[in-house]
Design a protein around this ligand. Sequence first.
Ligand code: ADP
Ligand code: GLC
Length: 486
Amino acid sequence: MKNILFVASECVPFVKTGGLADVVGSLPKNLDKKKYDTRVILPQYECMKEKYKERLKSVCYFQMDNRIYVGINSLVEDGITYYFVDNKQYFCGAKPYFDLFSDLERFAYFSKAVLSALPLIGFRPDIIHAHDWQAALVPVYLNTVFQGDPFFRGIRTIMTIHNIRFQGCWNVGHLRWVTGLPSECFQPGKLVSPYQDTSMPWDEWNATMLRGGIVYSDWVTTVSESYAGEIQTPAFSDGLDDILKWRKDRLMGIVNGIDCEVWNPKTDPHIKKNYDTRNFWNGKKENKIELQKRYGLPENGDVYTLAIVSRLTDQKGLDLIDGIMDELARKDINLIVLGSGDERYENMFRYYSRKYPDKIACRIGYDEELSHLIYAGCDAFLVPSAFEPCGLTQLIALRYGSLPIVHEIGGLKDTVKPYNQYEGSGTGFSFKGYSSSELLDRINHSEWLYRDNNTEWKAMAKRAMKEDWSWTNSSKKYEELYDSLC
Ligand code: ADP
Ligand code: GLC
């Protein structure tokens, strides 16, 4: 039996702001339980649902470095043990993340607290699997500050990059102060880029937590093969291509899966009409009408319906949508949006839904249940992202027979097969150049197919629903990686 510890800042069902939480919530359950004892450790946010907080049992508590309180609590859910790092001062508030400046200190504390707690919780991991910048200091602390203690020697580490845009970056002076890491960590080639302008004072150099995670871990993974290639180029690496190229023999892309129990149109309790490949056409229509009702749109099961469920940020290609809104509204279609994020995009969708109340409708906010109805009730699902490490929404859309229209990039390229009318193949529509006109062209094509070649559309929707995007294949790849490490 191998012991694996996932370290992350979010995890379904406890706290979620994006796909990271879905992956950390579902991958451990899909690893072979006979071979791996996989546990997860998270911050104990005050904003976590009450029903989970009530079930927490205390494991231990201590003063880290003789001055900062660390409590470790745990609960078991669905056969997985979850640990929570408790410090009310750091993890209070209505959401998991705040401004970067304070987040740096909170997650540096979290990473160090995780390691400090290990000798006390009765679980010594063979492998620590750290996710994103919030956990990236775990491999750094482990291979520096904690190396003196025999308990930690031989523990292997994997750093998974879910989104390289977020790195935990500040100047050396501040990061030295919040992390307490030795100065060797802040030399060029470690947390600091080798191309640093060394004429500047050392304290003002840029240091990056994620870079540290990449340098100090045994393996680096990311969430699709295409993204693993893209982040080795300056256009997609946000300044980390040098280190990723240097580590390319220890870098691998493994595409995410989805939890096919949660995302199953046949059994989904949050949708109006359950369906499978045999009755999806009528099933989806019923869901569409329910969706139109909830969004205050005219009820019509035949209107071609596009949807977006997304964080509303630059990453998601919403500037392309902005460029075609008036054009879209001239068509006989619906565009249904659920999302929250940047004010610019929230206001953009508010504006257009007021301008075209019979066609475009948005709900600004986060609503897990409503998202299920959207995946079930729409015909096509838009993901025109500028970059997309993996993307889960297009995978969910496929499972619900809603055809994705995507930019051919990152995980979108690896998971959506473009429609080919000559071969009668494909599971969606994709465009290569990042432009509004290419997006509009694909939407027009999809609309034509839906209306004028409905048999082809239905065949494609069935193909999409039959694809296997569960964790079955990808969890095997993680298992092989774990086995190669110890
Ligand atoms: P990212 O992690 O970049 O946000 P992903 O596609 O990997 O993108 O994952 C997004 C996840 O968050 C999906 O499970 C999606 O359904 C969910 N989601 C995004 N926005 C909302 C929202 N406003 N309400 C409900 N679920 C949302
Ligand atoms: C990130 C990425 C997204 C990916 C998710 C889970 O948030 O933006 O593409 O699916 O992590 O790995």
